[in-house]
Design a protein around this ligand. Structure first.
Ligand SMILES: [Zn+2]
Length: 125
C-alpha cells in the first residue's frame, strides 16, 4: 500500500467512523483508493507507529519531487528570460519586452496556483 496524501477537508473514515481531524488517502496494492483515519491505516496494514510515519514521509518526499518536476519548466523559462534581460521587470512598462516579461511572470504565478491545488503538500501535524 501507499499513502497518496492527507486531507483535513474530509472527516469520515471509509469504515464509517466520523469526527476525525482528517483522512489519509491510501492506495491499496490492488489499486483501490481509500480514505481512512490513521488508526484504520495502521490496523488494516498492521503498521507500527514508526512504519506509519515512514509511509507518510515517503508520501511527502514523493510529493515534493512531483512539485519540483511540475514547476521546473515554468521557473526555467522565467529565470532564463531574467538572465537574458536583467533590466526588464514588472515596473519597466516602457520596455519593448515588458509584455514578454509579464506573460512569463503570469504563467509562472498561475502554474504555482495550479500546483498548490493539484499537488498540495502532504499536510500532517
Ligand atoms: Zn476507520
Amino acid at each position: 500500500m501507499k499513502i497518496l496524501g492527507y486531507t483535513d477537508s474530509e472527516n469520515t473514515c471509509d469504515c464509517g467512523k466520523q469526527g476525525l481531524k482528517g483522512v489519509y488517502i491510501v492506495e491499496t496494492n490492488q489499486g483501490e483508493t481509500l480514505r481512512l483515519g490513521s488508526s484504520c491505516v495502521k490496523k488494516n496494514w498492521d503498521l507500527t507507529q514508526k512504519e506509519f510515519r515512514g509511509k507518510i514521509n515517503e508520501a511527502k518526499e514523493q510529493r515534493i519531487k512531483e512539485r519540483i518536476i511540475f514547476i521546473k519548466p515554468f521557473n526555467d523559462n522565467f529565470t532564463n528570460f531574467q538572465r537574458q534581460n536583467p533590466n526588464v521587470s514588472k515596473y519597466t512598462i516602457d520596455s519593448p519586452l515588458h509584455s514578454n516579461f509579464m506573460e512569463l511572470f503570469t504563467t509562472l504565478k498561475e502554474a504555482r496556483i495550479k500546483m498548490n491545488i493539484e499537488l498540495p503538500f502532504i499536510v500532517t501535524k
